[in-house]
Design a protein around this ligand. Structure first.
Ligand code: HEM
Length: 536
């Protein structure tokens, strides 16, 4: 078709150029309107063109990940997800390309090894990004190589060998309680209230220092958060949780080279990172002769020594950087998680007089029939002989699991079927322990409530429930530190319960909980009496 040129004052132009020109000047004149139009169209496209449009959820979430950012900043992601599933049903759209699933069966599939659901870029934000550890490594093949090396020192047998150091840390904990009681008696304490939650936190950290580096961080010794190290970790986890929802933002913030020039934000200055770096240099040169052992130490094989050995065996696959990253990462992954689990245990047990009385009865009876010792520490096997205690621990991990944010995986290239629904490649599927563990079909119609007896009623039922517990994740990414966590919990809690009587200082008051990745808790304050109870 012939195009007729248009005549203008300056000559002639083609109609196409004329139309483009008119549109451009309209945009220039009304650019704000234009921008809003583009944004609205983009949002509508994300909301309605996606195959996930059929799933209900918060309106904002259907077109922007900002809803997830908002949810994480509230620190209530775990509770919000329970509410979301109650409101919208078993599958909820929580981002343009992401759904949260409430079904424990689907979660098992999602987390199973070999099903090719990979970790998302959320984990890449956790430091150190330049040398990911086992938790943050999202390349599955590299993760598998690192985990093979690290599995050895984390085995239950290896952890049992470190039991004496856990015992020493428990003794220190008991001394701190005695100091508190003595100070209360002689009047030098302003208040008889003991912050059990804080001390459980110090304990979990100090155990990790001993296990990872043969060094205590000194939290129990000083009875405080030395150098604000715990606060630093909690702040860092809060950052990871929020920025991890839109990982691209990390390049503007922590991965921005300018970040390092702000000393308070430079993580190299943090106590735990400093200690990990010092410990690396204390053990140099890495050679077969000293096999990573601390040169001035007592010859014990701590986590760092075992990791150095792993490095010496296969330096290509497990570099020096990996030794640092895995040992350092253990402190981040293992401290708040273990502390939170113990705090939840005490909070639930002490909030329910019936449960606490029954637990005390079991422990007193076990002392009387000598299945646990009357003084000193308990072994792993001894604490396993306390079925009601084990039921309370399981129940605490069910009702209040330590991880509060979602565990999210990517659908593999071939797409997938979950819970009878098809999801295409690249869709993000999220599960949350707080939601999964309240599934009534699995845990009973009273799943919302803390009732330890459910684990003791019928053996088959308990086994079935156990298959759907996700407090330690699952599959190839199952928690590598669970043996250590369970060992220390099984040693310290029965000892505390055997030796002391606890009473909540503020009965009925909720413990404060803020989900960063782990649920960080505060406010577990108690009165303590020595058993058998002495009355003044
Ligand atoms: C009761 C205490 C603990 C709980 C509830 C817990 C929970 C979890 C969960 C749910 C995951 C899976 C996260 C995911 O897939 O996104 C995980 C992974 C991990 N945990 Fe723990 N954890 C605990 C203690 C520890 C300890 C003591 C350590 C180390 C000393 C540790 C180190 C790790 C590591 C390295 C991973 C990553 C594993 C992988 O991706 O292969 N955790 N933990």
């Amino acid at each position: 078709m012939a195009v007729t040129p248009l005549e203008t004052k300056t000559g002639t132009v083609s109609p196409t150029r004329a139309i483009v020109g008119t549109v451009m000047s309209a945009i220039a004149a009304h650019w704000i309107l234009f921008l809003v139009g583009v944004l609205v169209s983009r949002c509508m496209y994300k909301r309605y063109a996606s195959p996930l449009r059929q799933y209900p959820g918060p309106f904002l979430a259907s077109f922007t990940r900002l809803w997830k950012v908002y949810s994480t900043t509230t620190g209530r992601t775990h509770l919000q997800h329970i509410e979301l599933h109650r409101k919208y049903g078993p599958i909820v759209r929580i981002a343009p390309n992401e759904v949260s699933i409430a079904s424990p069966e689907a979660a098992r599939n999602l987390l199973s090894a070999g099903k090719r659901f990979h970790k998302t870029d959320f984990y890449g934000v956790f430091p150190p990004p330049e040398n990911p550890d086992i938790f943050t490594e999202i390349r599955e093949d590299v993760h598998a190589q690192k985990k093979r090396v690290a599995n050895v020192p984390y085995s239950m047998a290896a952890m049992q060998q470190l039991s004496p150091f856990i015992n020493d840390t428990i003794e220190l904990f008991m001394r701190r309680i005695e100091d508190h009681r003595a100070a209360t008696k002689n009047g030098s304490n302003k208040s008889p209230i003991f912050d059990l939650g804080a001390y459980l936190h110090y304990f979990a950290f100090d155990v990790l220092g001993e296990v990872a580096f043969s060094r205590s961080f000194g939290f129990l010794a000083e009875g405080r958060d030395v150098d604000g190290a715990i606060k630093t970790i909690d702040n860092s986890q809060a950052y990871n949780g929020i920025v991890g929802q839109i990982p691209e933002v990390d390049f503007l913030l922590r991965r921005n080279p300018l970040w390092k020039f702000i000393p308070a934000l430079n993580t190299k200055n943090a106590l735990i990172t400093r200690m990990a770096l010092e410990e690396m240099s204390n053990r140099r040169p890495f050679d077969k002769e000293n096999a990573g052992l601390l040169r001035t130490g007592d010859g014990r094989r701590d986590l760092m020594a075992s990791l150095i050995q792993g490095h010496l065996k296969d330096p290509e696959r497990f570099s020096e950087g990996d030794v640092f990253a895995v040992a350092h990462g253990a402190i981040f992954a293992g401290s708040d998680s273990t502390a939170s689990t113990m705090q939840s245990f005490f909070w639930h047990v002490l909030s329910d007089r019936r449960v606490y009385a029954k637990l005390n009865e079991e422990i007193d009876q076990a002392v009387a029939n000598e299945s646990i010792p009357s003084t000193g520490n308990l072994s792993w096997n001894e604490s396993q002989s306390l079925p009601y205690f084990q039921a309370c621990l399981r129940e605490a991990m069910r009702v209040r699991p330590a991880v509060g944010l979602n565990i999210t995986r990517l659908v593999p290239p071939e797409g997938t079927e979950l819970d009878g629904h098809h999801f295409k490649a690249g869709t993000r599927i999220a599960v949350n322990g707080w939601v999964l563990h309240r599934d009534q079909a699995t845990f009973g119609s009273d799943a919302d409530f803390f009732r330890p007896e459910r684990w003791l009623e019928d053996e088959e039922g308990a086994k079935r429930m156990d298959r759907f517990m996700f407090q330690f994740g699952g599959g190839s990414h199952v928690c590598i530190g669970r043996n250590l966590a369970l060992l220390e919990i099984n040693k310290v809690i029965p000892r505390l319960l055997r030796d002391y009587h606890f009473e909540l200082a503020h009965p009925g008051r909720e413990i404060k909980a803020f989900a960063t990745f782990f649920v960080v808790q505060e406010g577990l304050e108690v009165y303590i009496k020595k058993k058998p109870i002495e009355y003044p």
